[in-house]
Design a protein around this ligand. Sequence first.
Ligand SMILES: Cc1cc2nc3c(=O)[nH]c(=O)nc-3n(C[C@H](O)[C@H](O)[C@H](O)COP(=O)(O)OP(=O)(O)OC[C@H]3O[C@@H](n4cnc5c(N)ncnc54)[C@H](O)[C@@H]3O)c2cc1C
Length: 481
Amino acid sequence: MSVIVVGAGPTGLTLAGDLAAAGVPVKILERRAEESNLTRAFAVHARTLEMLDMRGLADGLIAQGIQVPQVRVHLKGAELAFDIRHPDSRFPYVLILRQARTEAALEERARDLGVEIVRGAEVTGLTQDADGVTLALSAGGSERADYVAGCDGAHSAVRRLLGVGFAGKSYDTRILLADVLLKRPLPLAVNPFIGDDGAALLPPYGDGWFRATIWDRTGQHLPIDQPVDIEEVRDSLRRIAGDDLGLAEMSWSTRFLSERRQARAYRVGRVFLAGDAAHVHSPLGAMGMSTGIQDAANLSWKLAAACQGWAPPWLLDSYQSERHPVGRTVLRLTDLLRRLADAPAPVRLLRPYLAPALINNPKISEKARLTLSGLGIHYPVPDGVPASPLTGRRLPDLPIGSGRLYERLRGRYLLIDATTAHETARPWHDRVDVLPTGGPAVYDEATTLLIRPDGYLAWTATHPGPQQTRQALRQWCGQAR
Ligand SMILES: Cc1cc2nc3c(=O)[nH]c(=O)nc-3n(C[C@H](O)[C@H](O)[C@H](O)COP(=O)(O)OP(=O)(O)OC[C@H]3O[C@@H](n4cnc5c(N)ncnc54)[C@H](O)[C@@H]3O)c2cc1C
């Protein structure tokens, strides 16, 4: 069985690489004939780094970026620090790195694993039947596969061809994006400056260059396609941040309108939507690329299971039931951040009092930290499937033997077991790796942990009998061969 992925952005590249790693024949169809040089996303959040770590990519990317542990809000001369460190992750920071670098690493991995990437291939038609999906291409001809994933971005042709609604709204605030060289040193932090005329977000690339994302109320009448020059950026910074922060050069800029929309369905028959094709939101929070990569990490092992013929009946539908609520939360959080940054006059007056109250409230700041980083994501228990109180929770990167858990998670289930349950698991060896060990991996009283290929807990038990183990394996991992 085969899969076609439409779109070679970060979502499609992650998904296709994972499918190829699982031995599924996969091809990417990409409209662009050339590589894109748009910088776009600049941040990789902690949970996404963990996902990349499970693919052996995190350390290489970290070496190319800069680790930022703090958001430092500059509000009318005062500075408020919001710590984004989380103690139980190997990556207690947000990694600032140009999207092109993350994409390059994902593309190299996909190619190394044998993914065929066809460039200049624009999908314009889609039909599906009981056996597969046929895609028509703008240049003529067609491609067919058992499953298709639409990872073709905000204006997804796949979503349109499926007739899936993209519910939400367009924000009417124009946003300026620019990569700028600043001579004035700023703290090692994501630096939002908030003023009466708007807000400017300035995360550092680490080499003196910063990504500027600017909401400037006074520029709202300008046409969306009017180029942004360095003087417009300087003028906005002066009014919002109080001075131009030593703006010396600008390498790239654009003006755009962001949206807040989510696909009503992430699955229609044999076709799935992921990444920006499934959800778009304001760039505040920098969560777009991270959410797309995590969609792919959730979908890939489920699609691989379906292609290999062992997916339990509920598995493919769980992509929608697990990832749609995560997308909704991201839309809500980014909407809230946008409202705070672009607040109407009465709220602007309250901001100097509101911001410290929010940042210094431990409950609110912990929730924000867990949501932004993605470390707080957990999934509901599928109906009728054996569960334990920890089912659906993320497992931190525990030390195991001489190594780490995430080094052992490579797209397959992992059974960590201090009893003889792992012997019962032998018939599932084509999809379940086994670590016959106890020690720190054992959670609470559990002697036996079944971990999903994407690093979330499936099932835990204490000294389970063979019958109990077999039932859990059958329902989570399908029938044994
Ligand atoms: C101007 C801009 C600024 C942004 N800034 C930020 C930011 O600061 N932080 C952040 O986290 N996110 C940001 N984003 C969002 C972030 O870039 C996306 O969330 C991320 O790229 C999503 O990845 P994706 O793979 O889902 O989609 P994309 O990266 O959009 O990739 C989709 C791919 O599909 C291809 N494609 C489209 N249609 C077809 C077709 N019919 N047939 C074949 N191929 C097709 C496209 O050419 C593209 O390569 C920004 C986006 C934009 C546009």
